[in-house]
Write a protein that binds this ligand. Sequence first.
Ligand code: AMP
Length: 224
Amino acid sequence: MKKEQDSPEDLLLALPKGRVADEVLPLLRAAGIEPEAEFGRPGSRKLRFTTNVPGLEIIRVRSFDVATFVAFGAAQLGVAGSDVLMEFDYQEVYAPLDLRVARCRLVVAEPAELASSDDPDRWSHIRVATKYPEICRRHFAARGVQAECIKLNGAMELAPGLRLCRRIVDVVDTGRTLQANGLVEVEHIADCSARLIVNRSALKTRPESLGLWIERLRKVVDGA
Ligand code: AMP
């Protein structure tokens, strides 16, 4: 049954869809959080789920939106990739714990035939397609390269073949997606993994209830 209103004591945990959630769920379970069955049902349209813990609910949102919900205090807790946290750099988001799952690397990639004669040290002006325009701007500015960043929300790997740009910046895990699209990594920007995130104001006003989950998850991650 749906509640009329949230109690100020209730906690909301924002989880992303897809790969990160799949790898984080076993950690949540080990820490004692079991979402209602609907959470795991493929094709479910529900966005908000109860758990076995009274007063703790889960919302499922896009990975970039997890950081936004937590930054504005709409959710007190969340799980976000460090790539997403680097992109937004929200002051209100505190990331106390590396969950050490959903590991990937943020890289610059380009078509294999271009890479065979390309030297990243000689770039002066490049155009890249990316989900991460802020990271790109900072990364290339720091190494003196003028970068024109075209924001896409997915399927970056298509961009070079369609001449939108010659290079992309994206996260890579196995490298299979790059390979399937004729691209190769030419520059490493950062190693990334899933982080537990907390709203800073909520942590100040509710240190015990939020601290309990941070510590429980820390013990799971440390294998204690
Ligand atoms: P892969 O083919 O294993 O290298 O995976 C690459 C694809 O999966 C790309 O479309 C990435 O955007 C996405 N991806 C891989 N790892 C992650 C991750 N940890 N978080 C979010 N997206 C990821």
